[in-house]
Ligand binder design. Structure first.
Ligand code: TPP
Ligand code: MG
Length: 383
């Protein structure tokens, strides 16, 4: 083994057999794209759009409302009504494309930037805002909402998601009438370097769990560029675990939807896990505590703004005759009203009763928990 190989870099040692020293790398990284940045359709050898213009118009609406939610989140933090906000600007198409592909029993294990998806899945806005005021314990009924707690411990939730998928698999083995739900696990480009995440891939592959990994590659993990996380394109990492994968244009709502449909179908049909790398860009700061001008150029951000997911969808819909100025004006008004709703929702965030943290740890409280709860209440009363 030569030195280059021992540190995991592709070797230049000549080999008679392709694939012996390194996987056969495509000359270019193939990207699933159905809608170009200029709003014209393109084709892909493996994926085709399955949505009507009317459905895409609904998705434009969802993306617009999510963007508004995000803008309001940042403004509420600036006004001191939230402690922190993690902007999702530029990543709207991923959350909307995913939502449109999800089945009615599928569960989502999110990372920390999926506020839009949470909203679409029916989590009340005030509960989401409560996470960023520090008052929310995140113990909503995940069985009902199917959107699990936003995860702040990078990568930790991927193991929970795979565990849940394995349970879904076992439920179906035990009971043919069990629902057909599968698990979608969302993590970032930075998370891919975490041990937990790699263990999650191993379990998912070993047990052929009905799990879909969605890696949101927004090019940055706070100030760390993706190139430092991996010298191969992220979707190729999955190959080493035996997980089929594709890279999709994350700013193309049609492509995200089509790829997600493929991966969810595979999981549902018992074909095991898949991995989708959604190639996008974090246009805003990492959080409201971050200043990205300190570590990346304005030109880089401007290049990505041209690839905006909303404007390309609107352009395409207009070219199809499925969108006009009146519809846009109506949507702008709706977004305005929704913004006001978000600003008022922050006043409805409630502080949980102290003892509530014990209430939903298990379906039935254990004797230990009951004792701990009683002890806490005694200690609080004595303060
Ligand atoms: C285990 C752990 N390590 C470090 C952090 C600090 N941290 C918060 S977000 C983040 C970067 C995450 O990057 P990525 O996975 O690409 O997600 P993105 O923020 O870009 O959406 C880090 C290092 C953390 N929250 N948890
Ligand atoms: Mg990232």
């Amino acid at each position: 083994m030569n030195t280059a190989m021992s540190i995991g870099r592709p070797t230049d040692r000549p080999s008679a057999q392709p694939g012996r020293f390194q996987p056969q790398q495509p000359v270019e990284t193939p990207l699933v794209q159905l809608l170009r940045p200029d709003g014209t359709l393109t084709s892909d050898p493996d994926f085709a759009p399955t949505l009507s213009a009317g459905q895409v118009a609904e998705m434009l609406r969802d993306m617009t409302l999510i963007r508004r939610f995000d803008t309001e989140g940042t403004a509420l933090q600036r006004k001191g009504q939230l402690s922190l906000w993690a902007p999702l600007l530029g990543q709207e198409a991923i959350q909307v494309g995913v939502h449109a592909a999800l089945g009615q029993h599928d569960h989502v294990f999110p990372s920390h930037r999926e506020h839009g998806l949470a909203m679409l899945m029916g989590l009340p806005v005030e509960r989401l805002l409560g996470i960023f005021t520090g008052q929310e314990t995140g113990d909503w009924d995940a069985d009902e909402v199917r959107f699990h707690h936003l995860n702040m411990v990078i990568g930790g939730h991927t193991l929970h998601g795979v565990g849940y998928a394995m349970a879904q698999q076992r439920d179906r083995q035990a009971d043919a009438a069990a629902d057909d739900g599968v698990s979608l696990i969302i993590h970032g480009d930075g998370a891919i370097s975490e041990g937990d995440v790699n263990e999650a891939y191993i379990f998912a592959a070993a047990y052929q769990a009905p799990a879909v990994f969605l890696c949101v590659n927004n090019q940055w993990a706070i100030s760390e560029p993706v190139e430092r996380q991996s010298i191969v394109p992220l979707y190729q990492r999955a190959w080493g675990f035996g997980i089929p994968s594709v890279r999709v244009d994350g700013n193309d709502v049609l492509a995200v939807h089509a790829a997600m449909q493929w991966a969810l179908d595979r999981a549902r049909n018992g074909e095991g896990p898949s991995f989708i790398e959604a190639f996008t860009y974090r246009v805003g700061a990492h959080t409201t505590s971050d200043d990205p001008t300190k570590y990346r150029s304005k030109e880089e951000t401007a290049d990505w703004q041209i690839k905006d997911p909303l404007s390309r969808t609107e352009t395409w819909l207009r070219s199809e005759g499925a969108w006009d100025d009146a519809q846009q004006a109506h949507l702008d008004q709706e977004a305005e009203a929704f913004g006001a709703q978000v600003r008022s929702a922050v006043n409805n965030v409630t502080t949980p009763r102290f003892e509530e943290i014990f209430d939903r740890v298990y379906a039935e409280p254990t004797p230990d928990l009951i004792a701990q709860r009683a002890q806490v209440l005694r200690e609080v009363a004595a303060l």
